[in-house]
Design a protein around this ligand. Structure first.
Ligand code: SF4
Ligand code: SF4
Length: 453
């Protein structure tokens, strides 16, 4: 409830909203149990990786560089183009956001004045305004650190370290991009926060499609926990009612700790991000009241309903099989990438031209993307008919490492070779270093080998 005069919803509302529609700011209490300790280790491995990756080089190239101005992405030493963005998307899908829970939330707790570390650092002796200022300064510093790390993926660490040492006036655009990124990070982690998980992240939507009643979820054991009763209520309850109570003591520790603000006792909800904080919180309470752990645990809806626990079922096989197939395709595409991409297109304008000596000329556009780390020279040739002559402004065509070049070539031949107005030939490219590419092509000419345009 809030003091606003707005009409209040009678139905259940989002966990991050008050009934009058205003924002309900969540300040989840940390439950530092067994699951949390494992998550901390994993989160810091991921944060360390995210920070280190721009500095790691493979075969002389950055491990990951998303060079948007040049429209080239380097992943694990392989260069991708925007046309490969499906491959890129498959890789990026695997990345997880851990900064909110393991960087910004700890700062919030430490500067909150009430946690153990907050007291150890003397935060409780500082006024509310002072703590908020410290929190804001730390948020700004972390956001700038994150923005720099993030930008290193796009411009490379060399350019970034050069910019950091120079005056912003020497690279105003890059400086503005960096400041805007830092401000976006600040707004995201400082204000938008868990809303990302609830309204923006597709995980919850995927979850509702992929799960069935036998899928592993974080769940509350309704049969064991209900009827719930607080110790205060238990004291005044008649004995026969006490016998009907379950193990849940209605302490709400599982709700207070939830980063998305939901009550897991209401059943599986789309907002649940499976963080296990409610498991840690409830296990600690069960230890305290002398009951077995696991009132909230990793389980399935069928298991909770005491239904048959059938593990092997179609989706257990089909989903991993699809994932294996997708990652197999990705690996195959990575390993099987040609040393160059070649595009052959017909010239713009008339399909062919008749030269003064009576021969027919076809204009062909050739585009070559050198995907290797070395400069290459590509020889262009045409084969498949008698008396074919190729004229190119530059042959072989030099293409620097990772670069794209195009050229226009002309293929000349006698008019008599065109019986039905076309002649099948092969445009051949090779770089003299193992790469060769044969591209079937149809030259156009006069029908019956006579006449011109
Ligand atoms: S933490 Fe456990 S005992 Fe407390 S309300 Fe949640 S489910 Fe019940
Ligand atoms: S596992 Fe789900 S319900 Fe439990 S604390 Fe995390 S988000 Fe909340």
């Amino acid at each position: 409830m809030t003091e606003s005069n707005a009409p209040e919803a009678t139905e259940r509302v989002l966990s991050t909203m008050n009934r009058d529609g205003s924002r309900r700011r969540l300040q989840p209490k940390l439950s530092a149990g067994a699951f949390y300790r494992k998550r901390v280790v994993l989160a810091w491995i991921l944060i360390g990786l995210f920070t280190a990756i721009p500095y790691i080089r493979l075969g002389g190239r950055p491990l990951i560089l998303l060079d948007i101005p040049s429209r080239e992405f380097t992943l694990f030493g392989t260069t991708f183009l925007p046309t490969d963005s499906v491959l890129l998307m498959l890789l990026l899908l695997g990345l997880q956001m851990v900064y909110l829970e393991f960087l910004y939330r700890p700062v919030e707790r430490i500067t909150g004045g009430r946690s153990k570390w907050s007291k150890r650092l003397g935060m409780n002796r500082i006024g509310d305004g002072g703590r908020k200022t410290i929190r804001f300064v730390l948020y700004v510093l972390f956001s700038f650190y994150l923005a720099h790390t993030f930008l290193a993926y796009f411009v490379g660490v060399e350019a970034l370290s050069r910019w950091v040492r120079q005056s912003p006036f020497q690279h105003p655009v890059a400086f503005l991009v960096m400041v805007s990124t830092a401000l976006l990070m600040l707004a995201d982690f400082g204000y938008f926060r868990e809303q990302v998980c609830i309204v923006a992240c597709p995980y919850g939507r995927f979850q509702s499609v992929l799960l069935d009643r036998r899928s592993t979820i974080v769940g509350y054991d309704f049969n064991r926990g209900e009827n719930r009763a607080s110790p205060k209520r238990l004291k005044v309850m008649p004995a026969d009612e006490v016998e009907q109570t379950g193990d849940c003591i209605d302490c709400t520790a599982c709700v207070i700790t939830c980063p998305t603000g939901i009550d897991i006792r209401d059943g599986l909800q789309m907002e649940c991000i499976g963080c296990t904080q409610c498991i840690d919180a409830c296990d600690a309470i069960m230890d305290r009241v002398g009951k077995p752990r696991g009132l909230i645990r990793y389980t399935s809806q069928d298991e909770l309903d005491k239904a048959d626990k059938k593990i092997l079922r179609p989706r257990v096989i089909i989903y991993p099989a699809i994932m294996l197939l997708v990652f197999g395709l990705l690996t195959g595409a990575l390993l099987g990438k040609d040393a160059a991409d070649v595009t052959i297109l017909r010239g713009i304008g008339a399909p062919y031209a008749q030269l003064p000596d009576g021969r027919i000329s076809n204009q062909i556009r050739v585009k070559i993307v050198n995907r290797t780390d070395a400069d290459r020279e590509y020889r262009i040739a045409v084969a498949g008919g008698a008396g074919l002559e190729l004229v190119a402004p530059q042959n072989p065509l030099p293409v620097p490492a990772g670069a794209t070049r195009d050229t226009t070539v002309f293929v000349m031949c006698e008019a008599a070779v065109f019986d039905d107005g076309s002649l099948s030939v092969v445009v051949r490219l090779d770089d003299g270093a193992g790469f060769s590419h044969d591209h079937p092509y149809r030259l156009l000419g006069p029908i019956g080998g006579g006449g011109g345009e």
